[in-house]
Structures are given as structure tokens and as C-alpha cells.
Design a protein around this ligand. Sequence first.
Ligand code: VGL
Ligand code: ZN
Length: 251
Amino acid sequence: MSQNKCVLLVVDMQNDFISGSLAMKDCPAKQDGNHTIHVVNKLTSLPNWDLIVYTKDWHPADHISFVTNAYKFERHEESTIDPTSAEVYDKVVFNVDGNQRREQVLWPPHCIQSSWGSELHPDLLVANGSHIVTKGMDKHVDSYSAFFDNQHLQETELRELLQRNNITHVFVCGVATDVCVNFTVQDSLDLGYQTYLVEDACAGVSWQNIEVQVKKLVEKKANIIQSDQVSAELEKLHNDKTTVTVPCNHD
Ligand code: VGL
Ligand code: ZN
């Protein structure tokens, strides 16, 4: 038997990103998350995943990333934009928690804990035995990656979950390609996992940014793959008898 073990990470396929306040179809790239749902469902239906994990952006109502909350946080002297007049997509710099610098892109309020917008989209298949990882609960720091917050101050339980399941290969899909998917792929690569971006199973915010970020991921040795190639890749990995090292295992 091969020692290769593969996880599918389904990033933030929640109502707000599909049809709610931060719907991908209304973002500059105009990519429809409804289409993404069906591609993702085909992926989760493949029989040979060793683990499937869904992530949820899970913010308190007073979160720093919401444009409507910007005026409540202190402006850092380096911020070129005044938080009291800032708009969606503006990047502001805040001073939080006793003089800590926080660069923050502002978004419409989204994925507020336990709201309709924070629920996984009803058309999304939730695989038996899968896990859910939440992120973005600290009001003072955003968390695009499913592994760490944007400041790398805190870690979610994702890495431990992957370690417990002896995962060697990480496949990532979901939204947004250039935001949470991108940061999750980056951290997965940095943690030493062989990492795949399933390109057509994603939808993103901005074309220019998608292009820039995907190019960077390729430079970092991410594999860009299309959804119809995943089944054959899983089979190949599971039949591969060469010894692999499992990253980040402490035992
Ligand atoms: C995301 C913007 C703000 C994402 C989350 O899931 O990509 N984007 N929060
Ligand atoms: Zn968010």
C-alpha cells in the first residue's frame, strides 16, 4: 500500500460568498459560485479521499474586516485611508490591542457567526465523516488561511487534523481563489505538504489578483490541476509505493 494520503479542503462555500453579501458573482471577476458548487460536489463525491474538510469563515459581528466597523478601530499613522470614510476593498492600516499594526482589506459584513450567510450553501454536498474548521473568530485579526490567522498569531486545528490522519497531499478548492484559497495553499506549501489548487473548482474576487496569486503559487511549487484530472491523480498517488515523509509529525 502507498503511504500517500490525500485531503480535500473545501474553503468557505458559504451562503454569503455564493449568493449573499460578498457573492463572487458580484465581485469584479464576476465568477459565479453557484457553478463552483457543482464542480466541488463532483470532487467530494470521488470515492478515494482519505479525509474531507470544509472550512467556514466565522466572524463576530464586530469584526475588523467589515467596512461598517472601520470607524470603531484606531487608525495607524501609516494608513493612507481614513477608516471613517473607507470603502469596500480599501486597504487600511489599524492600530489594535496596544499598538499592533494591522493591514486590513475592508469587506462588506459577511459570515457572521450562526447567521444565514455563514451557513454552508444548501446545494453543497457535505460528505459523511467530514470535518468542519472555523476561522476568523478574533475581532482584531482576519484569518484568510484555514491554518493560521493573517498575523500567524494563532493556529486552527487543521494541521493537527491532517497530522492525525497522516495526510501527505492537500487538494484545495472553494472561494475566494485570490483570498482564502490562496492563503490556504500558501500555508499548506510552507508546512511541507504536496499541494494542489483545483483551479476550476474555485471562484475569485479579482481577475488581476487571481492571475498574480496563482503565478506566485506555481513559483512556490503548487500543482495547478483541473477537477476532471483529480480522480486519476488520486489513483496514481494511492498506487505509488515509494516512501514518503509525512510533514510536521512530531511523534
Ligand atoms: C474571504 C474575504 C473576506 C474568503 C473571507 O473566503 O476568501 N474573502 N473573508
Ligand atoms: Zn471574512
